[in-house]
Design a protein around this ligand. Structure first.
Ligand SMILES: [Fe+2]
Ligand SMILES: [Fe+2]
Length: 290
């Protein structure tokens, strides 16, 4: 991590993202607060209006201001659009993405965001509701940092995954590569994202063996990740398909000890219903970021 301290041009996110996160964290934020923050940024306003008037949502009348877009699309949908657009513009538009498949990475991240959000609701983990989407969206962000700032180390990691057919986090551990989860958490900490978010990102692989030493949200992100992998969305590096049911069972058993809402959960059933929504999520993503 000391080497990251020396990188003085780590990616940054626009000020509007910080404002949105502040609003999301504070209890009692309203649709009017959300509309006010979005309206203060011209390009974000244009994105939200374009989305609200897209064939996916078009109502009878054309929407011409953000407040009406929030009414048409709903608070959560607009919040998700705004966060996704900010992260995409800030990190992906200019990133060369030399050693991983950027398009697949982006789909993976967005789908994990939706699945994390749905699981947190299903498990009644209300304390995490406001940050679940953004934590899922940014859970693998360390990959972008590795690719952009440490391309030699990262390309050697990718060669190892290719050659030995290892899972990404296994290759990191066995080859003593810096873990993408910790690097991502470091970046999010620097961005002043809430502790609940960077802690969960930091632990999203260390709970695979049932050690939920980190935070329950880390376990939920890993479950969401496994659900998305079960939907057969191609992964962004060439690691083999993990045994998602085996890993999910271990994480779920650990979660169920402390999160009453997760008891009685059926991974198969959730994965089936999530898979049915994947085409809609991907269509919305295409509409938003092209
Ligand atoms: Fe990961
Ligand atoms: Fe992931």
């Amino acid at each position: 991590m000391e080497r990251l301290d020396d990188v003085d041009n780590l990616p940054t996110l626009p000020h509007i993202f910080t404002l949105l996160m502040g609003m999301i964290e504070s209890d009692g934020s309203s649709a009017a607060d959300l509309a006010r923050i979005i309206s203060s940024d011209q390009s974000l306003t244009a994105r939200v209006l374009k989305f609200a008037n897209s064939p996916l949502f078009r109502g009878r009348d054309r929407i011409e201001n953000v407040a009406k877009a929030v009414v048409r699309l709903g608070f959560d949908e607009v919040k998700a659009i705004a966060l996704t657009a900010m992260v995409y513009d800030g990190l992906f538009r200019q990133s060369p993405g030399a050693y991983f498949n950027r398009a697949q990475f982006w789909k993976h991240s967005a789908l994990v965001a939706h699945a994390t959000s749905e699981l947190v609701t299903q498990f009644s983990m209300h304390a995490f509701t406001p940050v679940a989407f953004v934590a899922g969206l940014l859970h693998d962000i360390g990959i972008v940092v590795l690719d952009r700032f440490f391309p030699d180390r990262f390309s050697s990691l990718i060669r190892r995954i290719d050659g030995r057919r290892e899972l990404l986090e296994q290759a990191e551990e066995a080859g003593e590569y810096p873990p993408h989860a910790s690097i991502g958490a470091y970046l999010l900490h620097r961005w002043l994202l809430p502790q609940t978010v960077w802690q969960a990102v930091c632990g999203h692989h260390s709970c695979r063996d049932g050690r939920l030493s980190c935070t329950p949200l880390a376990g939920v992100i890993l479950l969401a990740d496994l659900v998305v992998r079960r939907c057969k969305i191609p992964f962004y590096v060439s690691e083999p398909m993990p045994d998602s049911m085996k890993h999910a069972k271990i994480v779920l058993a650990a979660l169920q000890k402390t999160q009453a809402g997760s008891r009685g959960f059926s991974m198969e059933e959730f994965a089936r219903s999530f898979a049915a929504c994947v085409p809609v999520h991907l269509e919305k993503l295409r509409e938003l970021v092209g």
